[in-house]
Each structure stands twice: as C-alpha cells, then as structure tokens.
Design a protein around this ligand. Sequence first.
Ligand code: 6GU
Length: 226
Amino acid sequence: MTRIDILTVVPRLLDGPFADSIVQRGVEKGHVEIHVHNIRDWSTDKHKKVDDVPFGGSAGMVMTIQPIADAIAELKAQRDYAEIIYLTPDGERLSQPLVNQLSIAGNLILLAGHYKGVDQRVRDHFITREISIGDYVLSGGELAAAVLTDAIVRLIPGVIGDEMSALTDSFQDGLLAPPVYTRPAVYGDWEVPEVLRSGDHAKVRAWEEEQALERTQARRPDLLEE
Ligand code: 6GU
C-alpha cells in the first residue's frame, strides 16, 4: 500500500481536501494512507519555534532545519520512502507524466513550505525532488501538496471505480478530453449530438477522437507541438 506523509506547519489547511472525495475513498478502501503531520511536534525549542529570521538580513522568516530533519528521520526509520518532495514555486512544474510516475513510485514524504521557505540545507540534504504546481505564488505549499496528493491518489489502482476513466482523462493521451453529455437527449432546443446516440461504438470513438483533437487545437495548441 502506498503511504503519503505530509509535513506542514499548518496541518488544518489539509483537513478539508482529504475529508471527502476520491481521496477519502482511496483511503477507506485501503489503497492509500495519508498522514498529515505538524512539524511543530518535532521542535525541540522551548517555545516550539519552527522558523527564524534569515541570515543576511532579508525580510520574512525561514523554516528551521531541526524539526524537519527530525520528522524526516523518524519517518524514514519506520519505512522506506521513494521520494521526499518539497513543494515550492521554483520546483519542476507538475505534469500528468510526473503524476503518473509518482503514483507508482512507492511511499512519499511531501514537505510543504511556508513563510520564505525552508533552510537551504533541508533542500540540499533531504529533498529528492522539488515540485511547483504552476507559475503563480501561493501563500504556502499546503494547497500544492493537496493538489499533488489528489492527482496521485486517483491513479492508484482500485481508487477510481471505473478502471477505465483515469486513462481517458484530459492529458493522459496528450490531448484534452472530448465533450460529454448525459440525459435528457433533448433539452429545449439543445440536442445531444446524434452520433453519441447512434449505438455505433466505432463511430462514437472516431467522433470523440476528432473532438479531442479539435478542442486541443483550439485551446492548447502547445500540447500538439510536444
Ligand atoms: Cl508548490 N508553493 C507555493 N507557495 N506556491 C506555488 C507552488 C508551491 N506551486 C505554485 N505556486
């Protein structure tokens, strides 16, 4: 079973995302374990401090190495981890191929940065991979960790009911997903395309492929160049 351990100074930010949805189903069915840890619990400081002013005198606070190092050491003493990932805006941009890779990698530790980030020595000596979820700045890595966890967990075999559906996601074949429709077939003047109601599966597949290509061309031509 895959296990994801998330280290954060604001664990409450991660209560919501995992309390419901696909991720919770994956946990309940026993396909994945998600553990959120408060880095403060490992602080040996008398006031349980987890940050300090930066050397060099710039603005903001930096997460200190001691509680993070001790948290990682404790987890690593209990089991093996495939990757120790730091969520940071200057990391590698998250993509579906990277998510696919991580979903079969094994146990993961996700470190969510806060304030001005973590002491560089944490990155140099503990972190095996740094990931960003896009070119914009969040106030902390927690929501990015939630995004990454959701994207990974839904790919773990058995988590999604319909085993096919993860394979037909947008991006899984390098294309955006085609339009989808459900009943009623006619709503006022608006009809579901005839081909989808034809019962001709080959024709339906061909239409969906054409639509996926058209949509990708119109919205994300960059995907077709890759
Ligand atoms: Cl991983 N962290 C923060 N703070 N901002 C981000 C991000 C991560 N990815 C995109 N923006």
